[in-house]
Design a protein around this ligand. Structure first.
Ligand code: FES
Length: 569
């Protein structure tokens, strides 16, 4: 068995190459016997002080190592690029694919037999899984875990969700700037990821629904000692997975993706899950399309967490976490192998819900039919999405005149103009914020409500763009319009005053302009000149796929599991 292990090609050779691989590792104090062929477990760490959500991962890696040693493996931690969602410009999404390349090439180039992915902040989880899927070794995820509930002026406040609300309240003159500034410290008061059901907690919850981690990984708070124990157990489990040859592709089947889509609806998960699941599926060879997300459209909202509900991740964890949700979804779940070697149904067996206001029974949901809706029409031939659980129900069937912003700069310069010609019926349209246009498809789709309307008490209106929005955001926001404006999609042709029709029930996003007029506009249209002429950003813009294909780079789709045979010496 040991002769078959991948690490033997690095550490098992009794020649100059083996000497070099072992000798330099020994400068860290490793004795001879750890190179005896035992499973070498890479611990892929996205710890960074620029990624505060992942700031606990350096310590958490030590608990993974305990488990690996205990199970007879040899743990080796390595850093990869870390994408700090709140810190990177122009947007962390620009770098998700670069992180995935870093992860993929490190796993392939180093002599490991299995890998533990330590991620958390939004793009780190999908970026790591995308990279690992393209090498396909035994892989297990250990997430950073959410921050403790935010606390301010005697009440709970949630990452992101309350920032948007406070910001609007300041603009409406309902909140002082001093209070706004004071809320900062109470919002983020422990290490961990956003404690709303934002993208990070969505992805860690879906990772659990896909069976890529041990039960409760999705929700245990970052500072809960049980997360350290879970990291220890995950270290033990990855060694067994190497011995069982339980590779990522055996877990990441079509059934796992379908379970993720069902779970995303039940937890009120982020719209960002769509681009991430599509990109991961592309790496592992599962034929997933935007249309498959309609599978979740009739699934009710069960988890009462911001932004779709009122509680936070700490409450979700104490109420029973993902196992309790999977128990509610059990009749819908597809049989699917997990990293434990058992079916996903085993995660739900024995689960108990301890708070029925936080995790609702399937028959008494928070909202019916909460899954992400896919919209199509002459404004989005390849699709767009909306999240009904975070939207205003009356606006999901709407027709109104467009007010167009040609760029994010146009939006920022004009949205608060007192004379902006908009009414609550206006459809705000933002162009130039897709994968190629921004570039990087930022989270600006939930554009602010014009100040003049905020002062009149308007808190939601239809917004349409080729951008994404934060998983912590809310509103009737139509996102990921594909193809994007910069790629010549019909979004590029919309003009202020055109009428736009939205019907979530019919899955429609229509621009009510006749074909002859659109043809005239297309003949006159030119893309913006490229913003970058060198470096990674140019590579990204030249190769990024559109949102309906997950915004991966075209040359990264798929995997390469061939052994690396050449040496550097
Ligand atoms: Fe990192 Fe929300 S900003 S998880």
């Amino acid at each position: 068995m040991t002769q078959d292990r991948r690490n033997r090609a690095w550490y098992g050779k009794l020649d100059k190459d083996g000497f070099i691989h072992r000798s330099w590792m020994k400068n860290q104090g490793y004795p001879d016997h750890v190179f005896d062929g035992r499973p070498v477990i890479g611990i892929c760490n996205t710890w960074s002080e620029f990624t505060p959500c992942n700031s606990g991962l350096r310590e958490l890696a030590d608990y993974v190592k305990r488990g690996v040693w205990e199970a007879g493996g040899f743990p080796v931690e390595f850093p990869v690029m870390s994408t700090g969602e709140t810190q990177m410009k122009p947007t962390a999404m620009l770098f998700r694919n670069l992180l995935s390349m870093d992860v993929e090439e490190c796993i392939r180039a180093y002599g490991m037999d299995g890998v533990v992915l330590l991620g958390g902040c939004d793009k780190t989880t999908p970026g790591q899984i995308m990279g690992a899927a393209s090498v396909d070794l035994p892989t297990i995820v250990v997430s950073a875990g959410p921050m403790l509930n935010g606390k301010w002026q005697g009440r709970d406040i949630g990452s992101g969700t309350d920032v948007w609300k406070f910001s609007e309240a300041v603009r409406a003159g309902e909140m002082s700037l001093a209070d706004f500034m004071a809320a900062e410290s109470g919002m983020s008061r422990s290490r961990g990821v956003c404690m709303t059901m934002g993208t990070a907690s969505t992805m860690s919850s879906l990772v659990e629904a896909m069976g890529l981690c041990l039960p409760m990984n999705g929700t245990l708070p970052a500072v809960d000692a049980r997360r350290q124990a879970l990291a220890h157990l995950s270290g033990r489990r990855i060694v067994a997975m190497v011995n069982e040859d339980l590779r990522l592709s055996k877990v990441l089947t079509r059934a796992a993706f379908e379970n993720a889509i069902l779970a995303n609806a039940a937890v009120g998960g982020s719209t960002n899950a769509v681009v991430h699941l599509l990109a991961i599926a592309g790496r592992v060879g599962v034929d997933l399309s935007l249309a498959d997300f309609e599978l979740g459209s009739d699934v009710p909202l069960l988890v009462n967490c911001m932004p779709s509900g009122k509680y936070l991740m700490e409450d979700f964890c104490y109420a029973g976490g993902m196992p309790a949700v999977l128990k509610e979804l059990a009749p819908l779940l597809r049989p699917s192998l997990t990293v434990t070697g058992t079916d996903i149904s085993a995660y739900a067996e024995g689960a108990t819900c301890w708070n029925r206001d936080v995790i609702r029974p399937f028959a008494e949901p928070l909202k019916p039919a909460a899954g992400i809706r896919v919209l199509r029409g002459n404004l989005a031939p390849e699709g767009a999405i909306v999240k009904p659980s975070a939207a205003t129900p009356e606006l999901l069937e709407h027709e109104g005149p467009a007010h167009v912003f040609d760029s994010i700069e146009d939006l920022k310069a004009n949205i608060d103009r007192d004379d902006l010609p908009v009414t609550p019926e206006t459809v705000l349209v933002l162009k130039g914020c897709g994968p190629k246009g921004y570039p990087g498809m930022p989270e600006v789709g939930n554009m602010p409500i014009p100040a003049a309307l905020v002062r009149r008490g308007v808190r939601d209106m239809i917004r349409v763009s080729d951008a994404r929005m934060s998983g912590t955001a809310f509103g009737t926001v139509i996102l990921h319009v594909s193809p994007e404006a910069q790629a010549g999609g019909p979004l590029a042709l919309v003009r202020t005053g055109d009428r736009v029709r939205v019907s979530a029930a019919r899955g429609e996003l229509a621009l009510l302009v006749d074909d002859a007029e659109l043809a005239r506009r297309r003949a006159a249209w030119r893309p913006d000149p490229p913003a970058y002429d060198r470096g990674y950003a140019k590579l990204y813009v030249d190769h990024v796929l559109q949102a309906h294909r997950g915004a991966d780079l075209d040359f990264l789709v798929g995997k390469d599991t061939r052994p690396v045979t050449r040496e550097s010496h």
